[in-house]
Design a protein around this ligand. Sequence first.
Ligand code: ZN
Length: 72
Amino acid sequence: MRYWKPEDIFTAPCPFCQGEIEFWKDEPLRVCPSCRKEVRNPKQDFGCAEWCKHGLECLDPAPEGKKPGPAG
Ligand SMILES: [Zn+2]
């Protein structure tokens, strides 16, 4: 177990049920103990791909059917 300080943990209200959620400062997502929904850490500033389940779909896909053919 790593050493940690009380200030490494903070509480934030759940946006769904207004319950209190304890966030670890490094944790991007936390499951609300009251409503069991996933709540994003409000103090983290990740891109959506880090936490959103549609993150991969958000990313620009490489164009297909444009493979480099043989020269000539
Ligand atoms: Zn909740």
